[in-house]
Write a protein that binds this ligand. Structure first.
Ligand SMILES: [Zn+2]
Length: 124
């Protein structure tokens, strides 16, 4: 009996957790979209006197920081989506590299883990 790495109850628990993380990430994405729009508008206002604008560099810095965070949230969302897809097709909890089971303890720490602890150590 090697079909599943965990009990249906555990799987349901991970699915609920992943869905909650997904909702949370989407909420943050929406917030960032609003913030990015605000920054964009502020930049547009400043273009008239860009060269002499003391706020210029700060604005650019804030912009790139926000962009980096946004990329992180998008990546997280993609991870969560892949994990949910794996739950749907029954491959959740198995290592994408060697096919062994990923321990529940590891998934508890990182529900989107695609690799077992051994492969995670050796890959990249
Ligand atoms: Zn592995």
């Amino acid at each position: 009996m090697t079909a599943t790495t965990m009990t249906p109850a555990q799987l349901t628990r991970f699915e609920a957790r992943l869905r909650a993380e997904r909702a949370d990430a989407q909420e943050r994405l929406a917030e960032f979209d609003d913030a990015m729009t605000a920054v964009r508008l502020a930049r547009t206002d400043a273009t008239a006197d860009d060269e002499h604008d003391p706020e210029g560099p700060t604005m650019t810095q804030e912009w790139s920081q926000r962009s980096a965070v946004l990329a992180d949230v998008r990546a997280e969302l993609a991870d969560v989506d892949r994990a949910l897809a794996r739950i749907a097709d029954g491959t959740y909890g198995f290592c994408a590299n060697c096919g062994k089971r990923i321990t529940v303890a590891r998934l508890d720490a990182r529900p989107t883990a695609e690799l077992c602890i051994d492969c995670a150590r050796h890959v990249r």
